[in-house]
Write a new protein. Structure first.
Lengths: 315, 440
């Protein structure tokens, strides 16, 4: 089931095209990664989804219905450029922002109290925002983003500004929101968190979508048939055992152990390879090495830029 | 609850709870009361110290002419100049007035020796006495009796009477009206700048603290802008009404304490400031002749309902016209220092209004006054300046209608800049870029 869909969305600013017919499909109750270099158009797309700006072309749908003002209260948005009123008290401010999202006063107070307790910040209610550290402010910002229980959550670089402990807290919180039924769009440069959290991604570069799909499938299609193996008690030289066409990328000897990284031909069968190795040594581990999302990201962007003759992907 | 209302509420509450608002609220009326009370208080501290002045008149022209009064006592001395000067040093006298024998036949120079700087009043008294005496002698020498000149001096008192539409006569008092006109013009100017820049600072605050994107994902930029503008407008009105209330309370408290007589004299003391705009001497001599009752009559003759209604209308209208422009400026920049280049075109018409008000009080029905009080950018100041002199109803209606049209226009224009500007960070835009934003 598709929760959110963008079809051929375009956005033009005075003299440059921020989005060029970008289409994405975000499955319901999934975590969707929106990736791309700086200035690729991610924030433009997110702002369009939040109805902060209007697209110049294309259509947007939430659960099959055209995106409209009624959807505002169903979307929670944590922008990359975020902040709070410094002179305002924490509780008062959270109440204000919750009410702007259409939560009534009583419910807002009740929910905020619960969340404040959960994040162990209930003692801050009457303190001014400027007295808090940046990380503390980010927690409040996060709470405010989810306080109206939105069906669609959009996080733009959510982990920037958090220490590792709070990053984990936040990740757990995001996964919990997903379990409760929310659909999450997640824009980031942090590829490790993409692999950890996202099931689907779309990669945008220079205003165009250049790649999308399931993370597992993308990784599969970018596989390089590389394997990592660890052997013990190898008698012969490994170079003599392996047939021609297999490339040894890394070789590391440690006492009796031998760690290897090899690239095979696409037609090679890993079982045949093992048959050659097993009689000679004791196999400790054998694992296919998939390219990281980071590698795929860099590879795609560089390839695309080379095709377009642009440099760096910056607009 | 309506979201614009929510924004309005926040803008209003955070501002009226600020210390600076509370301080301004109490300081304003105190300053106003101070302007009225301090002169009275100072006058009540009559100068009781008597100064003794020795007069060494070598010409003999001024024998018996210097008369001792409340504060000054004159003693004619006939000793040696250096000896008499020594007496001043020993503080037997406060000052020595030395009128040397003139080189030509007429004494036009005098010297006043004292250990302390002599009071202005002392100097002017001496000068007047000498001037009168020398003039009289000159007249006599030409065969004219000074009495003839004296009796030929005339004081003209013009009472201005305004004819109403129905032919009813009402006394009008130009000096008080000029004062009131200038005062309300300046007050409007001050309010527009004060609260307009509060809007601007609020927008910059939201932009630099980066909260703006969170907010406009919940409300439209236009709602945010209008919530802020109306919220600050209510702050301004609250401040104004509190000032009126507190001033009235202070005023009535003062009347109870000193009685209305003293107030009359304080009004008299204030008037020269008003008179600076016109021929000061005439105003002074006229007011010197006026009594307390007349001042109260003047204040009574002013149509305060019209004044207060128009003040509120022109304050709100003028504020709305400018506040949206201030909001647009705030949205275009990243910090307050960058506002300068955009402030100039916005504040120029306001400053023009204040400068022109001096001409308008002299000719409140002239073409300059008419046009400037009709054009929305200057009308809030200049119509307020004209109202105490009486303005035809149709002109008032036209000016008010155009002001409403004016602020609808500027708000529409500003909203276009605003919605683009609040999401732009980093670079300071040029006027050309602002024009481009309007077309997005």
């Amino acid at each position: 089931m598709i929760f959110f869909e963008a079809r051929n969305v375009s956005k033009k600013y005075a003299n440059h095209l921020a989005l060029d017919k970008v289409s994405i499909e975000v499955p319901e109750n999934g975590i969707f990664g929106l990736l791309g270099p700086n200035g690729a158009g991610k924030t433009s797309l997110i702002r369009i989804i939040n109805q902060i700006t209007a697209p110049d072309g294309g259509e947007l749908y939430i659960q099959g219905k055209p995106l409209g003002p009624a959807h505002i209260s169903q979307i929670g948005y944590l922008p990359e450029e975020r902040g709070l009123y410094k002179k305002m008290k924490v509780g008062e401010q959270a109440m204000y922002l919750a009410q702007l999202k259409g939560v009534d006063k009583k419910t807002a107070r009740k929910r905020l109290m619960e969340e404040f307790e959960k994040f162990e910040i209930d003692s801050w209610w009457n303190r001014k925002v400027e007295e808090l550290s940046k990380g503390m402010q980010q927690k409040i910002q996060f709470i405010v983003t989810i306080i109206h229980k939105p069906k669609l959550l959009i996080f733009d670089e959510p982990f920037s500004g958090f220490d590792p402990i709070n990053v984990n807290l936040l990740k757990a919180e995001i996964l919990q929101l997903q379990q409760k039924g929310a659909t999450i769009i997640f824009s980031t440069h942090n590829m490790a968190s993409v692999e950890e959290l996202c099931e689907h991604i779309a990669l945008i570069n220079a205003s165009k979508k250049i790649l999308d799909g399931k993370v597992a499938e993308i990784k599969n299609s970018y596989r390089t048939h590389t394997y990592a193996l660890e052997l013990e008690g190898m008698q012969k030289n490994i170079h003599e055992i392996l047939p021609a066409g297999i490339e040894i990328l890394e070789e590391e000897k440690e006492n009796k152990r031998l760690k290897l990284k090899i690239r095979t031909q696409a037609t090679d069968d890993s079982n045949d390879l093992l048959k050659l190795i097993l009689p000679q040594a004791h196999l400790l581990s054998f694992q296919e090495v998939f390219p990281s999302m980071n590698d795929i990201f860099i590879q795609c962007v560089q390839q695309e830029n080379a095709n377009n003759g642009t440099s760096g992907g910056l607009s | 609850m309506n979201k614009t209302l929510l924004i309005l509420k926040r803008e209003y509450l955070t501002r009226v709870r600020k210390k600076s608002f509370i301080i301004m609220t109490f300081l304003g009326p105190l300053l106003m009361a101070g302007i009225m009370i301090v002169p009275v208080w100072l006058a009540s501290l009559s100068d009781v110290t008597e100064r003794r002045i020795a007069v060494l008149d070598e010409t003999g022209w001024f024998a018996g002419k210097f008369e001792s009064g409340d504060n000054l006592a004159f003693d004619y001395v006939y000793g040696d100049f250096e000896e008499e000067k020594q007496k001043v040093m020993l503080e037997q006298f406060d000052a020595l007035l030395y009128i040397p024998r003139p080189e030509l036949n007429i004494p036009v120079n005098a010297e006043l020796f004292s250990k302390r700087q002599p009071a202005m009043s002392m100097r002017s008294y001496v000068r007047n006495v000498m001037k009168t005496e020398v003039e009289n002698r000159k007249l006599l020498a030409s065969g004219i009796d000074p009495e003839v000149i004296k009796s030929s001096k005339t004081s003209i008192n013009i009472i201005t009477i305004r004819l109403g539409e129905d032919g009813a006569e009402s006394k009008s008092y130009t000096e008080v009206e000029v004062g009131l006109a200038i005062f309300s013009g300046i007050l409007i100017y001050f309010f527009i700048f004060l609260f307009g820049s509060q809007v601007m600072r609020g927008v910059i605050e939201e932009k630099t603290s980066r909260i703006v994107e969170v907010i406009i994902s919940s409300v439209k930029p236009f709602q945010l802008m209008m919530g802020k503008i109306t919220g600050v407008a209510l702050v301004g009105l609250t401040q104004f009404l509190l000032w009126v209330l507190l001033t009235a309370m202070l005023y009535s408290g003062f009347v109870l304490l000193f009685g209305p007589d003293k107030l009359g004299s304080s009004a008299e003391m204030m008037s020269p400031a008003t008179g600076l705009l016109q021929d000061q001497q005439i105003t002074e001599s006229q007011l010197a002749g006026s009594n307390t009752g007349e001042i109260f009559e003047i204040i009574g003759s002013i149509n305060f309902e019209v004044m207060i209604f128009s003040f509120l209308f022109y304050f709100v209208g003028g504020y709305l016209l400018y506040a949206s422009l201030f909001a647009a400026i705030g949205s275009a920049v990243d910090n307050e220092a960058d506002t300068q280049q955009f402030m100039l075109p916005v504040s120029a018409p306001l400053i023009l209004g204040i400068v022109a008000s001096n001409f308008v009080v002299n000719n409140p029905d002239g073409p300059v006054a008419f046009w400037l009080s009709i054009i929305p950018f200057t009308s809030p100041i200049l119509m307020m300046v004209r109202i105490p002199f009486g303005v035809p109803l149709w002109e008032l209606a036209l000016s008010m209608t155009l002001l409403v049209a004016g602020f609808v226009f500027t708000t529409w224009l500003a909203a276009k800049i605003y919605r683009t500007g609040i999401l732009m960070y980093g670079k300071k835009p040029s006027f050309k870029e602002l024009l481009k934003w309007m077309r997005y």
